[in-house]
Design a protein around this ligand. Structure first.
Ligand code: ADP
Ligand code: ASP
Ligand code: MG
Length: 688
């Protein structure tokens, strides 16, 4: 069974009804159909007005005329006469102003639709929902109603299409009643649940549940998928497109509800089902006016866990930016719905402001950027941006550097002053700054980092940063932490997310070590100790160059690479074999250099031996998938021959080789060093 429900605007005229008939006929070609219809648009309001008016005659005439006009367009000859007679007799009842006068609209519209379908040759049965849907103590008695619906269907084994008035029902005293304004959606859901329908489609005048009412905000867009819970919340807090009680019957029977547009039937609209986003996802903004207090309650609805403090800050910030004063604090219900009250005269602007903040890609005319770290990379970044006046036309964006600072308290200042959607750039070498990243994301601030120490942190912390960024719709990019401006991380994450995934990554990514290893030619020009001392003086090494030789930097890069490949690697999982023995790593720096000089003959001999067999040694970080799917990681000196991509490396070049079971290895090679290159990589991350 397929249940199709059409709202008032879908049946507002003969033209609209013809579209409805097309849709129904297509469904009837596949399965039996229950067509639930509302009254023609404005009819229920008009009937209520008639019920209240002192002299309702002209209102009744107008309404009758609208129905007769539809009839005369849809039917000819005898059919037209019969349909018009039927309509007039209903209007003579209406003229007596019966109780529950608003129940007549659905009778009128469905009789027209049923007659038309019969005329077109469909075996059609009109069912009176007043005899099928029972309301007891203001609640639908589902057991009794489902039973009645099922027997009514069984009584018409020949029928292909059932036509049913929405909205109306009978109470336990036998009097006619309704399911509440907008109640036809509920009728449809009840009929779908009773018949365990395969499909429940609610056809209306918009393409689904949208991020907000498109009549209030032009930029509203369709929500393709939403959970029953979030749809229910959107509906009960003001999204009129769906009547909230309609969710439960379908949900209880596990029937997905589709919201579709009668005027754009190909549009996939919204599917409401039990699928629920696992990470926090904002779904929409709804609003309800309270005419008595002239205030409006605006609700932001999320699905999955969102951070309440961050949400509250963004809501308050967005309203403040729009110059709107809220009447109270942001309130939160079960971690997913956020409420704020404003005066009704600014409600529309408030909805628009919140929609902009949470659902619209802002025309990023200017990206406000805060740079932490006024060292070589920070300075290069500023000079590149200054040189082009901040304008990057090919990306369609402008970068506005608000401040650059090496001050430790800078990040706190940014947190207090920066606007949501600004970008915080971490060009420091701080081991602490990442602790503030979650606060930045919670404030809606994006983060770009070239600081490996902000990423090579315990996996749980790394995962928490990523989740906080996603939850707040912020970006968190750090491509320059491995291989500088080379597209290594991007390639690894692409590789990991496609096909069979990665089998092995090998990387020679420590610029300092590369430089030293590749410059050393067995003391024909300079001794190993001299080369290292020079590198130290040129600022290429850490303050104590043994940190580099110990593989610490390579370790950080390997952690970042592995995690990008989806492997939750920790420091302790990596086996590091430093390029020099243990004895070098204790004692003072002077002792260290003395020991190196003493052992120079050993290095020369080793170099000569390698030359003789045509091999070179490289310090390689490797992540490899074992047969059982687990991964092993190590960093050690490896001998490579002329056929290895690692053989020909000079200076500070980096080489990363990504092996996957699907493709030939991907080799990424290029300069991995230099503040201007890092800065250009950062700019790419900001604009991306
Ligand atoms: P129908 O007569 O088809 O039942 P309704 O008028 O009851 O239609 O509901 C559709 C209307 O709901 C739309 O025209 C739109 O103005 C309004 N609406 C309010 N909030 C939303 C939303 N979030 N998404 C889509 N429509 C919405
Ligand atoms: N006609 C009723 C109303 O306007 C029911 C509906 O359209 O869903 O409220
Ligand atoms: Mg409706």
């Amino acid at each position: 069974m397929i249940v199709l429900k059409f709202g008032g605007s879908s049946v507002a005229s003969a033209t609209a009804m013809s579209r409805v008939l097309d849709i129904v006929e297509q469904a009837a070609a596949k399965d039996r159909v229950i067509l639930v219809s509302s009254a023609i648009s404005g009819c229920t309001d008009a009937l209520l007005q008639i019920g209240r008016a002192e002299d309702p005659e002209h209102l009744i005439d107008d309404l009758e005329h609208r129905h007769l006009a539809i009839i005369s367009r849809l039917f000819t000859g005898k059919e037209r006469q019969e349909a018009a007679g039927d309509c007039r007799s209903t209007f003579s009842e209406i003229r007596c102003i019966p109780p529950v006068i608003e129940s007549f609209g659905e009778l009128l519209s469905t009789r027209i639709l049923a007659r038309k379908l019969s005329c077109e040759g469909y075996k059609t049965a009109w069912l009176d929902s007043r005899d099928l849907v029972t309301v007891r103590d203001s609640q639908v008695d589902t057991a009794a109603s489902y039973e009645a619906i099922r027997s009514a269907i069984e009584e018409h084994p020949e029928a292909r299409i059932f036509v049913v008035p929405g909205f109306i029902a009978r109470d336990s005293d036998g009097g006619v009643t309704t399911l509440g304004r907008g109640g036809s959606d509920y009728s449809a859901s009840l009929f779908a649940a009773a018949t365990e329908a395969d499909d429940l489609q609610i056809w209306t005048d918009v393409p689904g549940i949208m991020t907000t009412n498109p009549k209030l905000v032009n930029a509203a867009r369709t929500i393709p998928e939403i959970s029953y819970k979030a749809a229910f919340d959107m509906a009960r807090y003001g999204a009129k497109v769906l009547y909230a009680p309609a969710v439960a019957p379908a949900r209880e029977k596990g029937i997905a509800i589709k919201i579709l547009n009668t005027f754009d039937p190909q549009n996939p609209g919204t599917v409401i089902s039990s699928n629920c986003s696992l990470i926090g996802e904002w779904k929409g903004v709804a609003s309800l006016d309270d005419p008595l207090s002239q205030s409006s309650e605006i609700t932001l609805v999320a699905e999955g866990p969102v951070n309440p403090e961050a949400a509250a800050r963004r809501i308050t910030g967005a309203l403040k930016d729009a110059g709107i004063k809220a009447l109270d604090q942001v309130r939160c219900e079960d971690g997913t719905n956020f409420f704020i009250t404003v005066r009704t005269n600014v409600a529309r602007n408030a909805v628009a402001a919140l929609h902009r903040e949470f659902f619209e890609e802002r025309a990023l005319s200017a990206l406000e950027v805060y740079i932490a770290g006024n060292g070589a990379v920070g300075k290069a970044l500023k000079s590149i941006v200054d040189a082009c006046g901040g304008s990057f036309p090919s990306a369609g964006k402008r970068i506005e550097i608000k401040e650059i600072s090496s001050d430790h308290a800078f990040v706190d200042r940014v947190l207090q002053t920066a606007r949501s959607r600004s970008v915080f750039v971490d060009c420091t070498d701080s081991t602490e700054i990442w602790h503030k990243f979650i606060d930045l994301f919670n404030a809606g601030i994006n983060v770009v980092s070239s600081n490996r120490r902000s990423l090579a942190i315990p996996y749980v912390d790394y995962a928490a940063l990523k989740a906080a960024a996603a939850q707040n719709g912020c970006f968190f990019r750090y491509d320059t932490t491995v291989g500088n401006a080379l597209p290594i991380l991007q390639s690894v994450s692409d590789g990991a997310s496609c096909g069979d995934g990665l089998t092995r990554i090998e990387a020679v990514v420590s610029c300092t070590l590369n430089h030293i290893i590749t410059s050393y030619d067995g003391a024909r020009s300079e001794s190993f100790a001299t080369l290292l001392r020079k590198a130290q003086e040129d600022g290429l090494t850490e303050q104590d160059p043994r940190t580099d030789l110990g593989g610490g930097d390579a370790l950080r890069k390997l952690l970042i690479l592995a995690r990008e490949a989806g492997v939750p690697l920790e420091e302790k999982d990596v086996e590091i074999v430093p390029m020099l023995g243990k004895e070098y790593f204790s004692g003072s720096l002077d002792d260290f250099y003395r020991r190196l000089e003493e052992n120079e003959p050993l290095f020369i001999r080793r170099e000569d031996e390698l030359d003789a067999i045509g091999m070179r040694q490289r310090f390689v970080a490797t992540l490899e998938r074992n047969a059982d799917g687990s991964f092993k990681a190590d960093i050690r000196m490896k001998l490579v021959g002329i056929d290895s991509p690692f053989y020909w490396i000079t200076g500070t070049e980096n080489v990363t080789v990504i092996h996957s079971s699907e493709a030939y290895p991907l080799v990424i090679k290029g300069s991995g060093e230099g503040p201007r290159l890092a800065a250009s990589g950062i700019i790419r991350n900001i604009l991306q």
